[in-house]
Design a protein around this ligand. Structure first.
Ligand code: TYD
Length: 135
């Protein structure tokens, strides 16, 4: 599967019936990578943010399972902001994008699927270093 290099909002399936809604994610279908890791962020205090780093090789897929938050992305040239507030939308974030999650609503739950296992060496936590890295 070719590596996708562009940020993209993915409209996930939403199966509605009288009993409620159901959505799902299939790897290598709705997301262009194999899932190596799943983590979630929750109980974020008001005004707090998460992230503020880029990954060298990791691609991610971010879903607001509950509540809302903003994802601010920088590709080295421009900043983009995505408001996540529906559990049937996912945000595909390719590798080498500086990203920050902010403006979390009460009880929000961010689900993140990642293409790699956790490795601290994958992180670029300094924005200037990020700019030099992607040049
Ligand atoms: P970090 O990715 O810096 O959090 P955020 O980007 O949301 O601000 O991770 C916070 C801590 O959790 C850090 O010490 C590393 C650890 N961690 C893992 O052990 N495994 C993981 O999969 C993740 C995402 C983090």
């Amino acid at each position: 599967m070719p590596e996708e290099v562009k940020v993209r909002i993915v409209n996930l399936p939403k199966i509605e019936d009288d009993r409620g809604n159901l959505s799902f994610i299939e790897e290598e279908n709705h997301i262009p990578f194999k899932v190596k890791r799943v983590y979630w962020i929750y109980d974020v205090p008001g005004g707090e943010y998460r992230g503020s780093h880029a990954f060298k090789e990791t691609a991610e897929f971010i879903v607001a399972l509950s509540g809302s938050f903003d994802v601010v992305l920088h590709n080295g040239k421009e900043e983009m902001k995505y408001s996540m507030n529906r559990s049937y939308y996912g945000l595909y974030v390719p590798k080498q994008h500086f990203r920050r999650l902010e403006n979390f609503s009460t009880n929000s739950l961010a689900l993140i699927l990642a293409s790699t296992s956790y490795e601290e060496d994958e992180y670029i936590r300094d924005f200037q270093q990020f700019l030099s890295y992607i040049k």
